[in-house]
Design a protein around this ligand. Structure first.
Ligand code: ATR
Length: 286
């Protein structure tokens, strides 16, 4: 039932995820039921692909809307697009979409999953209206400067002030310069509190299973933050998040980033407001 084969017709829009390996991908399990749920005539397939350019050439005759890229094709993705969104030039191409004129646009909206989850967390905990964008009024501290740290720092750039804290200062500096922020070495973050009510995002593996007793920032320092996000999702609640709650901060779990990322990609593929549609249908049922 996952692929709704009986529903495929001449107007069915083809989507998929390109990777190698690919059988582990959860994306078809997310998109196909979602397409069905909202009545969208689309299908989402996993494609085991060696060469992205050969794949795109072969499949160009299909009525495809877009593909998601996963390991190891994100860099190839950059080379196989006619146009690349500026953020994707830094974060690599995660999605590709065929525009009306047939050109292929490469882009990356992965960072929006975390930023949307954090904004929702702030709105719920502080009770502001969504339109006031509370994140833009706060200092956003990102711990880590790897792939996930980069995505968060770029997401924060869209919103305003940001600080990159990393174990290796040179990497923090390089990323901070790119996003117009400030760099700090992680061991100094404990003493860093230029203002109250900051937002913290951990993107490192500190605290991940099996090292669940590790934390990137001591509890005492967490009182300066109004919200703490951890990209780790195993365990669901890390020591950092538990101590943040004890220190009175709102928390956002790593799983929320994935859920929101799926919503963002869904909206991009279908042009349907996934979140709104979902809520509306639920409220209709009541
Ligand atoms: P990802 O793509 O998942 O973000 P990554 O590119 O390997 O993973 O980046 C891991 C990040 O976590 C890096 O910023 C790394 O710090 P360094 O730049 O100093 O290597 C950080 N990190 C990982 N383990 C860490 C630890 N035990 N203490 C401090 N920072 C750590």
């Amino acid at each position: 039932d996952l692929y709704n084969f009986r529903l495929i017709g001449p107007n069915t829009k083809v989507h998929g995820v390109i990777g190698n390996p690919i059988s582990h991908s959860k994306s078809p399990h997310v998109y196909n039921p979602a397409f069905k749920f909202v009545g969208f005539d689309g299908i989402y397939l996993p494609f085991l692909v060696d060469s992205v350019s050969r794949f795109l050439h072969t499949f160009s005759s299909l009525d495809f809307v877009g593909y998601s890229y996963t390991i190891p094709h994100k860099e190839d993705g950059l080379r196989c697009c006619d146009e690349v969104d500026p953020i994707a030039k830094e974060l690599l191409v995660a999605m590709i979409k065929r525009l009306q004129d047939g050109k292929l646009l490469g882009y990356n909206v992965d960072y929006l999953g975390a930023i949307t989850a954090i904004e929702k967390g702030l709105t719920e905990s502080i009770g502001r209206s969504k339109s006031s964008s509370p994140l833009s009024e706060r200092l956003f501290v990102v711990i880590g400067a790897g792939g996930a740290g980069k995505a968060l720092a770029y997401g924060a750039k869209v919103k305003g002030a940001r600080v990159v804290a990393n174990r290796t200062y040179a990497k923090a500096k390089e990323l901070a310069e790119k996003v117009g922020g400030e760099a700090i070495v992680l061991s100094d973050l404990e003493k860093f509190h230029p203002e109250e009510g900051m937002v913290l995002a951990n993107t490192t593996s500190i605290g991940m299973k099996p090292n669940i007793d590790h934390t990137p920032l001591p509890k005492e320092a967490l009182k300066h933050y109004c919200l703490v996000f951890d990209a780790i999702y195993t365990p669901k609640s890390t020591r950092l998040l538990q101590e943040a709650q004890e220190a009175g901060a709102a928390v956002v779990y790593g799983t929320e980033m994935f859920i929101n990322q799926a919503f963002v990609q869904f909206e991009n593929f279908t042009n349907l407001p996934g979140m709104y549609q979902r809520k509306k249908r639920h409220s209709n049922k009541k």
